[in-house]
Ligand binder design. Sequence first.
Ligand SMILES: NC(=O)c1ccc[n+]([C@@H]2O[C@H](COP(=O)([O-])OP(=O)(O)OC[C@H]3O[C@@H](n4cnc5c(N)ncnc54)[C@H](O)[C@@H]3O)[C@@H](O)[C@H]2O)c1
Length: 304
Amino acid sequence: MTRFGIIGGGLMGHGIAVALAQAGHRAGVFDNDPATLASLGERVGSAVRRTATAGARVAAIGDRVSAVDSLAELAKQADVVIEAVSERLAVKHDVLASLEPHLAPDTPVWTNTSVLSISEVARAMLHPRRLVGVHWWNPPYLIPLVEIAPGAETGPDFADHAHGLLTELGKTTVRLHRDVPGFIGNRLQFALVREALHLLAEGVCEPGTIDTVVRAGVGLRWTAVGPMENADYIGLDLTRAILGSLASTLSTESHEFPVLDRLLAQERTGRAGGRGLFDWGAGRAEEVAARLAAGIRHNLSGPA
Ligand SMILES: NC(=O)c1ccc[n+]([C@@H]2O[C@H](COP(=O)([O-])OP(=O)(O)OC[C@H]3O[C@@H](n4cnc5c(N)ncnc54)[C@H](O)[C@@H]3O)[C@@H](O)[C@H]2O)c1
């Protein structure tokens, strides 16, 4: 049993705590927002129920997650610290600088940053060797993938340790040879989002059509055969020929995203704002959360 200390009890922090508790570990969670900390138990309970865990185990898993009052307390209890605070470099620097004086120099620290450079995050640290990029996917207690990347100063022993522990935990782990913004998954995901926004801006289709193409087409394929294996399967000559015709028509935009900017100017921010690319009327958010959890569970239980 490993004792984890998680800094940031928001969407990812509480979800990572559940993933760890499901595997029999303990997690102490600190958040500087008292309301977030106060609702931790309730959110952990809902998350565990979403995994369709049988009744008696729900309480046992919940009991392994506890709220912690301070960084000092968290550091005292933790074998491994996970940083899951807001995605702002200055916030992560502050948190790590406040944490380290309380922590033994060889205690591993994992950052769950989505797109910041691990080397940059480590810049505020007394012992940057111990910082490893460990990127979980939401919801962390359902999605198997965890991406692991070293920063320029990460000790290989710390990256090996993270890899071993997460693999033991039952996660599907991948290792990057070096740190790139967005790891692999978000780079692939946002290349696709950029092209989808380009198609919308060009008036090719509606947002719902993009989602149908992904959900009923490429998404289904990719759960079974990834794009690299598929490139070999259809033939690298065909793959080369398709790219030769198509690549010059794909978006390479890096600044202008007019579809998003137009919606944002109307305060159409998506789910939280009630409208975005879609209308988020009563019940849609809950339906999407339930569909996401059920869909992932269904895919995971299907034939390999
Ligand atoms: N949302 C996702 O799908 C996702 C996926 C993978 C990684 N991430 C990354 O995980 C991290 C957390 O994201 P999230 O979606 O959970 O955000 P969130 O806003 O839900 O949670 C962040 C939490 O950090 C807390 N916090 C902020 N400053 C703090 C401080 N100084 N001390 C203690 N707590 C502090 C906030 O109160 C909040 O509860 C980010 O780096 C994000 O990029 C997010």
